[in-house]
Ligand binder design. Sequence first.
Ligand code: DQA
Length: 137
Amino acid sequence: KKIIIINGPNLNLLGKREPNIYGSLSFTEFFDTVKAKYPKVTLEHFQSNIEGELITKLQEVGFTYDGIVLNAAAYTHTSIGIGDAVKAIETPVVEVHISNTFGREAFRHESFISPNAKGVILGFGLQSYELAIQSFL
Ligand code: DQA
């Protein structure tokens, strides 16, 4: 199976950014562990702080890959463009958040991704990504 994790803005700072909310592990450290755990899965990772680059990547992989794990970060709550891209592609998208966005500010309760996602996993820290990968296996 071919699965890609797509991370949005500020997630390149994982491990350094608000560790009380997002933990102290860097994404690279986490990603290496997960890749080792699922050797049969072709697992890729893409991160961008730029909305259009996230849309371009969704279009690129969205007709051939088996699964997309998407943490659009702050764009989750603002981007009609990313929401439309998720709707336009064929590959199922599982929306992921590290934190429980429903326990946080009201502006984090809205998502332009959820209506077109296969499912949503949030609040389990970095384990949210692993649960999303498992959902495709
Ligand atoms: C996040 C939650 C978003 O509200 C926030 O803007 C992020 C990270 C999460 O993974 O918990 O950057 O998507």
